[in-house]
Ligand binder design. Structure first.
Ligand SMILES: NC(=O)c1ccc[n+]([C@@H]2O[C@H](COP(=O)([O-])OP(=O)(O)OC[C@H]3O[C@@H](n4cnc5c(N)ncnc54)[C@H](OP(=O)(O)O)[C@@H]3O)[C@@H](O)[C@H]2O)c1
Length: 358
């Protein structure tokens, strides 16, 4: 089969002929139908976003048709459409360990251990390919998905589930004032869709890219675009203005930023008893005053990836039309032109994404 393989960080991502995956215990073999190519995929291949277990078929997440299932796997059945999470957990409750397959990312303290190395060695598998072999626990059956009219659009489901997980952790309720910092990115765009689906009263969509913010504002009259001016005090004031008061919930979905200022603007606007969830890829330390966190009784939470239950819940929201994928701007690419695909993906923001349809 054809697959995009990466041999070492900084080497080109290449279309290769690799052996068809062979079913083994604990696995399912799937045919890829679509996979989102995140905007930062090229940066990831250079090592800019952390280490990877290499060489590997690259790619995380996607939508597939299940072809064959080992006797000990019962999460999916042959012929079904399923979502691939790429999120593998050790299952050990005392010291949980988690890794992403075909991608960068080790959970918890982010350190490689004998367990995480073993998990990534045994499952050296990504989704930018015609087929993949995956652990049964990373597959979520999507009953009814065979009737969904546009499988490329559905490739956004794993990304939506990651954003949904942050909203679930925030405890956001209908009517809440929600600030999404970095709403102009793909994860922030996903968080905006989910916040609306959860019944947010008003959403401040904060970012820099005007076109992306305009697209979010066009989604619903509850969305107010806030263009960041790069100054903490002014950004915080603009967010409070847009929300009509302090935020019940702040979701930070920023990519790597040179300062923590925009995240801290989010901290500044959280109301007493409010919740801040960190979802993005900021690599700055946050200067959080102990007294303020304590007196405002703030909850500060982290959110990494999504449980299979969340993936399934988001599928139900899509299937029922509570989450409408119609406003997404989806471009399709095949496996043949890696360079063109990475360039197209790099140019996407917010509600736009590139779907690999092998
Ligand atoms: N927690 C998890 O489970 C999880 C899962 C997947 C990804 N992530 C992380 O989430 C982050 C966001 O992903 P994404 O795909 O949404 O990335 P993205 O599309 O590149 O979006 C990044 C966002 O950050 C903003 N931004 C970037 N640099 C900035 C700067 N210097 N100042 C102000 N804003 C800046 C962008 O604003 P403009 O576009 O308006 O400039 C955009 O809103 C990534 O870093 C990724 O590592 C986390």
């Amino acid at each position: 089969m054809k697959a995009w393989t990466l041999d070492s960080l900084g080497s080109p991502l290449t279309v290769s002929d690799v052996a068809d995956p062979q079913l083994r215990e604990g696995s399912a073999v799937v045919r890829m139908l679509s996979a989102q190519i995140p905007a930062y995929t090229r940066a990831l291949t250079t090592g800019d976003r952390g280490g990877l277990a290499l060489p590997t078929v690259l790619g995380i997440g996607g939508i597939c048709r299940v072809e064959a299932v080992a006797d000990d796997v019962h999460s999916v059945r042959p012929g079904e459409i399923a979502a691939i999470t790429g999120f593998l957990a050790s299952g050990r409750i005392a010291e949980p360990e988690e890794v992403l397959l075909g991608w960068t990312g080790i959970g918890g303290r982010g350190r490689e251990t004998a367990t995480t190395s073993c998990m990534r060695r045994v499952w050296r598998t990504g989704t930018f390919a015609e087929q993949a072999i995956l652990p049964g626990s990373t597959l979520v059956a999507l009953p009814g998905a065979e009737k969904y009219p546009d499988v490329a659009r559905l490739a956004f489901l794993p990304w939506l589930a990651v954003a949904a997980s942050a909203l679930e952790r925030s405890g956001a309720s209908a009517g809440d004032r929600i600030a999404i910092i970095g709403a102009s990115g793909q994860l922030g765009g996903a968080a905006t869709l989910l916040a609306l689906a959860r019944g947010a009263g008003v959403v401040a969509a904060v970012g820099r890219n005007t076109a992306s913010l305009d697209r979010l504002a066009a989604l619903d009259r509850r969305v107010r675009a806030v263009r960041s001016v790069g100054d903490r005090r002014n950004d915080a004031a603009a967010i409070t203005d847009a929300l009509g008061g302090d935020a019940d919930v702040v979701i930070d979905a920023l990519g790597p930023t040179p300062t923590p200022d925009l995240t801290m603007a989010g901290f500044d606007v959280a109301r007493v008893d409010g919740t801040i969830v960190l979802l993005g890829g900021v690599r700055q330390d946050l200067p959080i005053p102990y007294g303020e966190l304590m007196r405002r009784r703030l909850t500060l939470a982290g959110s990494w990836m999504a449980s299979n239950q969340t993936v399934y819940r988001v599928w139900r929201q899509i299937e029922s039309g509570v989450v409408d994928l119609g406003p997404l701007d989806v471009s399709h690419v095949g496996l043949d032109d890696v360079e063109g695909a990475l360039t197209a993906a790099e140019a996407t923001t917010g509600l736009g994404f590139v779907a690999l349809v092998p």
